[in-house]
Design a protein around this ligand. Sequence first.
Ligand SMILES: N=C(N)NCCCC(=O)O
Ligand SMILES: [Zn+2]
Ligand SMILES: [Zn+2]
Length: 311
Amino acid sequence: MPRGPVDSSRVPRFAGPATFARLPRLDEVGRADIAVVGVPFDTGVSYRPGARFGPAAVREASRLLRPYHPGLDISPFSARQAADAGDIACNPFDIGQAVETIEEAADALTADGARLVTVGGDHTIALPLLRAAARRHGPLALLHFDAHLDTWDTYFGAEYTHGTPFRRAVEEGILDTEALGHVGTRGPLYGKSDLDDDKRLGFGVVTSADVMRRGIDETVDALRQRIGDRPLYVSVDIDVLDPAHAPGTGTPEAGGMTSRELLEILRGLAGCRLVGADVVEVAPAYDHAEITSIAASHVAYDLISLLAFRE
Ligand SMILES: N=C(N)NCCCC(=O)O
Ligand SMILES: [Zn+2]
Ligand SMILES: [Zn+2]
């Protein structure tokens, strides 16, 4: 029987240290089917810094999450052992070394078959997380929820940044180029060639306006068709949400999705072969009333529920 979160009818949910959703720490349960891990790293950002404080803010904002998910009809923390694995301590002064540390830590955390929901941190961290997931599961289908493409080549000559992880991942052969999709894309680009490059790498794009025009069900159908039953990684940059729904982020773009749309699309993925996921780019210094960290905590809860839904 999995050990669940602290019982909020016995210990007020605002008391005690903040693990994600008040789950036990990994060292308290020994092993977990699903581990939530923080990566407080933001050295890869191109604009506002501060996502290094994302994991702590998302944990704080997750205190109110309850154990039953009505939308998916599942109690994820009873169905599987979920635990908070703490933070991966990585070098804030050396991006290359941090990327290595994250990959090694993700390998170690998943060695016994655990699947990860990682809370960032800036989007740079998706690359080492994908590497670790692909080592176990082979080339991955990817659904990337983000205002941005994150398939740019370099910034100031740097290869590992929050705008480049998915180009590196395609170059490294760790993604299944038949099954790659961006969702929620919008905003000005450097040039039309950004879109051409992205397409050449294999990505399909469902823009934020497409989601609004087509609606949730049609969007979900199209995404499910694209990914099929391949091992799937879901990466959620919280800036996929409109700044009204997620002001606390580093590169905000107007015209984004609502948190309701995002959560409903995620729920539409129930039954897919999810092998890992992340929620990144929460920068609490620009947040108000925990709007962003609450949204991110719900996204992480839904990702855990999707992982619990299917082994
Ligand atoms: N991954 C995120 N959030 N942003 C990438 C933005 C890259 C740019 O500054 O153009
Ligand atoms: Zn983004
Ligand atoms: Zn991003």
